[in-house]
Design a protein around this ligand. Structure first.
Ligand code: C2E
Ligand code: MG
Ligand code: MG
Ligand code: MG
Length: 288
């Protein structure tokens, strides 16, 4: 069983392998250095109003511009950041950047645009999070409601009461809380029952099936109806085709996000879009 497998793995271990691991794996030290050297950056993916196609906000997605390895995606370092606890200072950096960015976009005329940030369960429950959010929001002189906090189902593995209390407090402070990858795990209904969230992001795998799999269409419609009954906003994630957009519009989804509209891009590209296509506080993507 497992022990035999472990023994086997141990036997396979040799000094060459050790050098290999040391050279290829991202370590806690790398990550710490990356943070100290300011090697992280945010890309932004537009979110659009499902009916009008107008940009309603952006999701901030972290990237690591590594001096030797180039651009590293979150899938390759977030887990390490979580297990080492570095996710809290990294998350704080993300919040601060995002708040400053909202301020800039407000000044460029996008008055109601929101920015969503992804928070790990550990950071979400951190005692300092509410204070830190308030500090950033005050410094940037923005409204708390323009900052949306995305958490995933993993948060449901934590103490339910602690999570519910935290969401209530953040709500009272004016923030919105969104459940990311909704439906992907096993605890979707637990959130709805216990957590006073404002928004759910329908997992990409269900959106992906729209148009070719009748089951996906049924699931997506049901999630949207359920959200409507509970007074929650819905975002369809991973929209890649016009057909998916049309169906989501027909189902009454509130907002959309996905490669069909735009990939996540560096902030300069968003600023360029605003300069060229922003009119009267509104932004319509030129691709539509
Ligand atoms: P997520 O929050 O669900 O973000 C959406 C992911 O789907 C992004 O991947 C985005 O590039 C990708 N995506 C967007 N539209 C489409 C589409 O139409 N088709 C396909 N196939 N993919 C699409 P990314 O940027 O690699 O991020 C992966 C995950 O890493 C995020 O999933 C989030 O859970 C996590 N993450 C990203 N930034 C942060 C961060 O600042 N902090 C933390 N704790 N986690 C983060
Ligand atoms: Mg929004
Ligand atoms: Mg997200
Ligand atoms: Mg997601």
């Amino acid at each position: 069983g497992k022990e035999a497998a472990n023994r086997k793995a141990w036997n396979l271990y040799n000094p060459d392998m050790h050098t290999f691991l040391k050279e290829t794996m991202l370590s806690e030290m790398n990550l710490r250095r990356g943070l100290d050297m300011n090697e992280f950056k945010l890309h932004y993916q537009p979110q659009v109003n499902c009916r009008t196609g107008e940009v309603s906000g952006f999701e901030a997605l972290i990237r690591w511009q590594h001096p030797e390895r180039g651009l590293i995606f979150p899938g390759d370092f977030i887990e390490l950041a979580e297990s080492t606890g570095l996710i809290t200072p990294i998350g704080e950096w993300v919040i601060k950047q995002a708040a400053g960015q909202i301020r800039e976009w407000n000044e460029q005329g996008l008055k109601n645009a929101t920015v969503s940030v992804n928070l790990s369960p550990r950071h979400f429950l951190h005692h300092n999070l509410p204070f830190y959010l308030d500090k950033c929001v005050k410094e940037a002189n923005i409204k708390p409601k323009s900052l949306v906090l995305e958490i995933t189902e993993n948060v449901a593995l934590e103490d339910t009461e602690a999570v519910a209390n935290r969401i209530n407090l953040l709500r009272e402070m004016g923030y919105s809380v969104s459940i990311d990858d909704f439906g992907k795990g096993y605890s979707a209904f637990i959130y709805l029952q216990h957590f006073p969230i404002q928004q759910i992001k329908i997992d990409r795998q269900f959106i992906n099936g729209l148009g070719n799999d009748p089951k996906s269409s049924g699931i997506v419609q049901t999630i949207i109806h359920l959200a409507e009954m509970l007074g929650l906003q819905t975002i369809g994630e991973g929209v890649e085709t016009k057909q998916q957009w049309d169906l989501l519009k027909q189902f009454g989804c509130s907002e959309l996000q996905g490669f069909y509209f735009s990939r996540p891009v560096p902030v300069d590209e968003i600023n360029e879009l605003i300069r060229k296509h922003g009119k009267g506080g509104k932004l319509l993507l030129p691709s539509l």
